[in-house]
Structure formats: structure tokens, C-alpha cells
Design a protein around this ligand. Structure first.
Ligand SMILES: [Zn+2]
Length: 313
């Protein structure tokens, strides 16, 4: 069975950067947000991280062939129906149960099986020891827990809720769509509630026996080399300091990959700055910052974020 490193957390927490850096390590194949692959790639044929249309990408063509005998064999509408039936944030308490009715387990297993087939095929096609799925969705991680024999390891990426909420108020364009579209935006109140729900869900997953490593985005960006060595060890990879030459001071040199659906940053190739995005500290309206800080206070505190200080300590 393939070893899967699942990157979890609420969107805008820095998971794409973590994925891109992990993808540069030997023995790793980064797949992007597999949760969106069914609709955006298999159905809508959007662009892969390599720039080619999904249907024209040799890597994904080989993965589809090996996993399903070709993507045309996959009933996307069945996968999306399963997704709606089992993979919702509000179903997490049920997914986290130790026992479920057999017919429900059958649906979860059918859904998780599609992912397991992709992981297995991607590992075989790429020759990688570890595949990275940066789907983020906590409900998907809970579904994958039910697939027998999957070596699932979860990296739970947390970022200060106020930075996350500020980022969700901004407009981001999705360049890979046929007609350039904007990514979803959330109000600060909604972001705050989602931040609590998703982060708590990964704590619950850990209590169900899944290996979960929590990292703070801010800490990771401050010292990505140490962060990567730690994650490599968590993933069971033998990575040496000499494998981290692509990180040089506050920059990383990224090669192109075959990251499917996800953040526009997956198209970035070449040198990228490794600076943490702290724009919210000056730009986020004080009333909204306070609102998010209050709603998220218990978990912010648990993760070691200062509640009051506007400036970094
Ligand atoms: Zn590709």
C-alpha cells in the first residue's frame, strides 16, 4: 500500500507552500488537492501543475490507466454523489465513530477506494515512496481512515485564525479555469467558525489513532529546512540536509510538478520567496480581528498563538 501524507487544515493556511516544498524532496510525489480532481480535472479538464490540460498530461494519463483502466472508466457523477453522501464537515462526528451501520461503511469505503486507487497508481507511476494529497478537507481525512490498510499520515497545518480570515476576504483569481474565475470568499465570521470546526476535526482524527503531526505555518516558513526534515521523518523518508539545497536563505527554487486541482501557486516555477504573509496585522480591520480572535480564542491559545499582541513578540 502507498504511504500517503495528507495535508490538512482550513484553506489559506499555507498548505500549498508546504506541498510545493515537500514535492521537491526525493521520494515524494505531490498530487495537489485530489478532492477537487474529479470535478475540475476529470470532468472539466482544467490544467495540471505542469501546464498541460489534465487529459493531455502524461503523468495523470498513466495514473488513470493504472488505477481505473483509463479516466473514462470513472463515473465522476458517482464519485461526486458519494462525496455529498459521506464527505461533509457536518458528518465528521459520525465519521469519527468507532462503529457505523454496514451500508454506511460500504459508501465510505467505496468513496475512499477511489482515492486509494489514485495514491497507489501515482506511487507506482512516479516511483515515489510517499504521495502527498493536499486536499485539506478534514472530512476526507476522516473518510480515508476507513480504508483498510492505507498508511495514512496527516500533517495538520494551522495558521493564526486572523491571518486566515483576512486572507479569505481577499480576491484570488483561479487561472486554470477556462474562463478565469475567482476563488470563494468568506466573511470573517464564517472563516472563524470554519477555522474552529476544521482544526478541531484534526484533533479528533488524532484521537481516533491516525498519526497527525501539527505544524504552525508561521514557524514552518521561518525555518522551512528544519520543518521539512521533521515532516520527512514523520513520513518515514530518509532525507539529508544536502537534499534541501533548493532552499537558499529566504527563497526556494521550485521545479514544475503535476499537482492537480488546487491553489494557483501550484503553477509557480523557479524562485519563490519564503516569507510569511503577515499582511493581516496591519490591514485587517480591528473590529473584525477582534471578532475572529474571540471566536477562535480557545484553539488559538491551545496552538500557542498570542491573543492580544498586534505585533509579533
Ligand atoms: Zn501534469
Amino acid at each position: 500500500m502507498a504511504r500517503v501524507l495528507f495535508l490538512g487544515g482550513l484553506g489559506r493556511s499555507g498548505t500549498t507552500l508546504v506541498e510545493r516544498l515537500l514535492g521537491e524532496l526525493p521520494g515524494v510525489c505531490a498530487l495537489g488537492e485530489v478532492v477537487h480532481l474529479w470535478q475540475r480535472d476529470v470532468r472539466d479538464d482544467e490544467r495540471c501543475g505542469c501546464g498541460a490540460r489534465f487529459s493531455a498530461c502524461e503523468f495523470w494519463d498513466a495514473v488513470g490507466e493504472r488505477a481505473f483502466g483509463g479516466w473514462h472508466q470513472v463515473d465522476v457523477y458517482r464519485v461526486l454523489a458519494l462525496q455529498r453522501a459521506v464527505e461533509r464537515t457536518r458528518y465528521i462526528p459520525r465519521l469519527a465513530a468507532s462503529r457505523l451501520p454496514e451500508d454506511h461503511v460500504a459508501l465510505i469505503e467505496e468513496y475512499a477506494g477511489y482515492y486509494a486507487s489514485i495514491y497507489e497508481a501515482a506511487a507506482a507511476v512516479s516511483g515515489a515512496e510517499v504521495v502527498v494529497d493536499s486536499s485539506k478537507h478534514s472530512a476526507l481525512a476522516h473518510c480515508l481512515r476507513w480504508w483498510p490498510g492505507l498508511d495514512l499520515r496527516v500533517v495538520h497545518v494551522v495558521r493564526d485564525a486572523r491571518g486566515v480570515a483576512y486572507s479569505w476576504t481577499k480576491t484570488v483569481v483561479r487561472p486554470e479555469a477556462e474562463v478565469p474565475a475567482e476563488m470563494t470568499r468568506y466573511s470573517p465570521a464564517r472563516s472563524a467558525l470554519l477555522w474552529n470546526a476544521h482544526n478541531a476535526a484534526f484533533g479528533l482524527l488524532r484521537r481516533r489513532g491516525v498519526p497527525v503531526r501539527r505544524i504552525r505555518y508561521e514557524e514552518f516558513v521561518n525555518d522551512p529546512r528544519t520543518g521539512l526534515l521533521d515532516l520527512a521523518a514523520f513520513a518515514g523518508l530518509d532525507v539529508a540536509v544536502s537534499d534541501l539545497k533548493f532552499i537558499d536563505g529566504e527563497e526556494a527554487e521550485l521545479r514544475f510538478g503535476h499537482s492537480a486541482a488546487g491553489n494557483p501557486m501550484r503553477f509557480t516555477v523557479g524562485r519563490v520567496p519564503l516569507r510569511r504573509d503577515d499582511a493581516w496585522r496591519d490591514a485587517f480591520a480591528p473590529a473584525q480581528r477582534r471578532l475572529v480572535g474571540t471566536v477562535c480564542a480557545p484553539l488559538l491559545r491551545a496552538y500557542g498563538y498570542p491573543l492580544r499582541s498586534r505585533r509579533l513578540p
